[in-house]
Design a protein around this ligand. Structure first.
Ligand code: PXL
Length: 268
């Protein structure tokens, strides 16, 4: 049988340790053939004061035509930051054209954090994201993203009742396994997972450090470990541990991301 292929579709931020520049090295280090569909080239991620943006939406039809001619299919799709609703249509087209019958779709609907929406996103994008989530097998939104997706007001402390309500509202839009990340409660950070009717609550050590790109790292490590174990709980624990190691090892002066490269060579 052919080796499995992952396709990750997200932006290429030249500087910033996020999206493709973390997904590609992480998934490759785990031994997966990882293909990329860069949706835009940014000078750096949008948490810096300024950035440039080259939109690649118009290139995608050509890329798809050649993938079609070359008969490529992908076994797993990993989506992160897309940034434009037209790209959500392209993502759905990509699943239609390049899935095989067992392909699985993992989506981190990146557009907000800490109670706030990222620059450049709006209501229409959020509406369109709900459409995208219907196609997923696994979704990994953070608490803020779920609040926007479900129209529930954000709260900084995430009680069990609050996240349970978020997940049950979100379930109206998708049959995917829901993994709500960044659940902060009782001095812990964790995930609230809803897999069918099964609820799994994971808690880990909360560090007093916050850095950009950790959500993208989480979803890549989650995917890599899910493919190894077929176990959502184990994969989440591995992803959380990886992120924690990254945060602990990152120099305090390194403000815009985490030095995940130092953790990549550790035993998987
Ligand atoms: O880490 C998420 C992300 C990815 N890509 C770009 C971003 C962000 C978050 O702000 O700006 C371009």
């Amino acid at each position: 049988m052919d080796k499995k292929k992952i396709l990750t579709m997200q932006d290429l931020s030249c500087v910033g340790q996020c999206s493709i520049t973390v997904a590609l090295p992480i998934l490759s280090a785990y031994g997966y053939e990882t293909c990329v569909l860069p949706t835009a080239i940014l000078s750096n991620h949008t948490m810096f004061d300024t950035w440039s943006y080259l939109d690649l939406t118009n290139e995608i039809d050509d890329i798809f035509a050649n993938w079609h001619d070359n008969k490529f299919k992908f076994d797993y799709f990993l989506l992160g930051y897309l940034g434009k609703k037209e790209l959500i249509d392209k993502a759905i087209e990509c699943f239609d054209k390049f899935s095989n019958k067992d392909s699985k779709i993992f989506i981190d609907p990146v557009f907000a954090d800490d109670g706030k929406i990222y620059p450049g996103f709006n209501k229409e994008y959020i509406e369109k994201t709900r459409e995208l989530l219907k196609h997923a097998n696994f979704i990994l939104p953070n608490v803020t993203e779920v609040c926007y997706l479900t129209n529930i007001e954000y709260q900084p402390i995430h009680s069990q009742e609050f996240v349970r309500k978020l997940a049950s509202e979100l379930k109206k839009y998708t049959d995917a396994t829901i993994i709500i990340t960044g659940v902060i409660n009782d001095n812990s950070i964790g995930e609230y997972i809803l897999k069918g009717k099964e609820e799994i609550i994971l808690k880990h050590e909360l560090l007093p450090i916050k850095r950009h790109g950790t959500g993208d790292i989480f979803s890549s490590v989650f995917l890599a470990n899910y493919l190894l174990t077929n176990d959502v709980k184990k994969a989440c624990n591995k992803a959380a541990l990886f992120v924690r190691k990254c945060l602990k090892t990152t120099d305090t002066k390194h403000f815009y991301g985490v030095e995940f490269e130092k953790v990549l060579t550790d035993d998987k």
